[in-house]
Write a protein that binds this ligand. Structure first.
Ligand SMILES: NC(=O)C1=CN([C@@H]2O[C@H](COP(=O)(O)OP(=O)(O)OC[C@H]3O[C@@H](n4cnc5c(N)ncnc54)[C@H](OP(=O)(O)O)[C@@H]3O)[C@@H](O)[C@H]2O)C=CC1
Ligand SMILES: O=C(O)C1=N[C@H](C(=O)O)C[C@H](O)C1
Length: 237
């Protein structure tokens, strides 16, 4: 498969290595220094573009890739207020795959979180809160993964209707603590606490390899498909 990379930072470099190992050809690499490359024949020849940049530029990158007729797989977080526009574009012939986290382990963790939340809905003596820890370079807080986890808690626990980051939560809110330290690839914890005990579930990424492998597998899945795609379309659980 012919792959274009949009964003050649920490994730872009690992994705390049994994994609080549899986036999794919990297036909174009777009980074902050060559933004015009979207119009090049090399970029237009890509079967799929994999986008990992920064929140402020991601949506514009999607628009430019769509204009070039190239499907996009993106893991950039912090742009979700524009999701309705991107979903609309996918009804008009474009293809877009988004995941706040591409790793298999985190997607298993998402399933576990939903299951546990369904049980805890019946036990109001437990309050629920979350913590996420990431490296000091991360621009957005809370993480995209934390937002997905919080959304699934809200969908399954009736006494919780919204989340809040970095502030004392009201009774109906899920408090999220976002910690930035060192070079941590990503740790997410959901904590239930009663007067007598606590229950914690944690996903701890050992490196970025799992995110990058998941993104390349998502690109393979996206090839030849149309519309708006997510991990739920790809994983059969
Ligand atoms: N969904 C998932 O599974 C995962 C998502 N992420 C998310 O992916 C994003 C990228 O992460 P990461 O690779 O670690 O971040 P990096 O900061 O290492 O990489 C981002 C890259 O994008 C480049 N860039 C900035 N502006 C543009 C532009 N206009 N066009 C093209 N490239 C641009 C940056 O260049 P420069 O450095 O010169 O500014 C940099 O090389 C983040 O939003 C992060 O939260 C990360 C890991 C997993
Ligand atoms: O910025 C990161 O590094 C990560 N971002 C994603 C997020 O915001 O959830 C995924 C992963 O946690 C790493």
């Amino acid at each position: 498969m012919k792959i274009a990379l949009i964003g050649y930072g920490k994730m872009g470099h690992i994705i390049e290595k994994i994609a080549r190992k899986r036999g794919h050809e990297i036909v174009s690499i777009i980074d902050i220094n060559n933004p015009e490359d979207f119009e090049s024949e090399a970029f237009k020849s890509a079967d799929v573009a994999i986008e990992f940049t920064v929140p402020a530029v991601a949506v514009n990158n999607y628009r430019k890739a769509f204009a070039a007729g190239v499907p996009v797989v993106s893991g950039t977080t912090g742009w979700l207020e524009h999701l309705p526009e991107i979903k609309e574009a996918c009804k008009n012939g474009n293809t877009f795959f988004y995941a706040s986290n591409f790793s298999l382990g985190v997607n298993i963790f998402f399933a576990l979180n939903k299951y546990l939340a369904g049980i805890m809905d019946g036990f109001p003596e437990y309050d629920v809160r979350m913590e996420e820890v990431h490296h000091i370079h991360k621009l957005d807080a809370p993480s995209g993964t934390a937002i997905t986890l919080a959304g699934d808690l809200i969908d399954n626990i009736k006494r919780k209707t919204s989340w809040i980051v970095g502030k004392e939560p009201e009774k109906n809110e899920i408090g999220i603590k976002a910690i930035r330290e060192g070079e941590v690839p990503g740790i997410h914890t959901v904590i239930y606490e009663s007067e007598v005990d606590s229950i914690r579930i944690t996903h701890d990424a050992k490196s970025r390899e799992g995110f990058a492998l998941g993104a390349v597998i998502a690109a393979e899945f996206t090839h030849g498909k149309k519309g708006f795609l997510t991990m739920q379309d790809m994983l059969k659980f």
